[in-house]
Write a protein that binds this ligand. Structure first.
Ligand code: PGA
Length: 241
């Protein structure tokens, strides 16, 4: 595990962006997998700017970690987030974009379709945010470390976080998510987890200093050979060293 300590959200976004940009500069046909939400928002703005300033992504494959289950026009979908924050803002598109279909009629088939994409394109970098309960993707506490791409039931804290982020009423909030399991997350060559703010401090402490446990999903990343954890001062505030 490599820990990068940064001052605040702005510096965290810069570090995240740097990892993606350097990866593309080194290997034009990189396969990059994004996450959405509050954590990567700042990074996405920087990344889009970088592309519009000439970063060549014409051979790059881009995909995502997860997707809500819900209508295609739901304001919270990962597809919309990626479009609003990256794909809709850039002048040149990547070679391929892969996303899960939130409204797929047959969930099992959708899982198989996306699994085949993951098999075809081994990922160079997987970006992750950290849930306040230690989750990664929608692998909530208690999810077995053997999980593979699946539809997860979100825990209350996750549903509330989504409601806050998208200003949703309880009845509009998605309660299920397609998510890569531990298997697919660990299969990426490099896994980058980022955490900012006091709300994440407990989860950061448990991830780094606690036991590797299914009750703290992110703790499992310590078993990955190339795991980078970017933490800002507030998120690091409960660490003992
Ligand atoms: P956030 O969420 O990036 O919106 O804080 C992270 C997560 O809950 O996975």
């Amino acid at each position: 595990m490599k820990i990068i300590k940064v001052k605040d959200y702005v510096e965290m976004s810069e570090e995240l962006n740097k990892i993606f940009v350097e990866q593309i500069k080194e290997k034009k046909d990189s396969v990059l997998s994004f996450t959405t939400g509050g954590t990567p928002y700042g990074m996405a703005q920087l990344f889009a700017e970088e592309i519009n300033n000439g970063l060549d992504i014409s051979n790059t494959i881009m995909m995502n970690l997860d997707e809500y289950v819900g209508p295609a026009d739901g304001k919270y979908t990962v597809r919309k987030w990626m479009n609003d924050n990256i794909y809709g803002k850039i002048k040149n598109q990547p070679k391929e974009i892969h996303l899960i279909n939130s409204d797929a009629k047959n969930k099992a088939e959708e899982i198989e379709r996306y699994k085949a994409i993951l098999d075809k394109y081994p990922r160079d970098v997987q970006m992750l945010g950290l849930g306040v309960n230690g989750h990664i993707g929608a692998n909530e506490p208690g999810t077995p470390f053997t999980s593979e791409l699946f539809v997860a039931d979100s825990q209350e804290s996750t549903i509330k976080a989504t409601m806050n982020l998208f200003d949703l009423k309880a009845e509009e909030a998605p309660t299920q998510m397609y998510t890569m399991g531990f298997k697919e997350i660990m299969a990426a060559k490099c896994v980058v987890l980022a955490a900012s703010g006091k709300a994440k401090a407990e989860a950061v402490k448990n991830t780094i200093e606690g036991e590797i446990s299914e009750m703290v999903p992110a703790s499992y990343l310590r078993n990955h050979d190339n795991f980078i954890f970017i933490i800002d001062e507030d998120a690091a505030s409960l660490l003992s060293k």
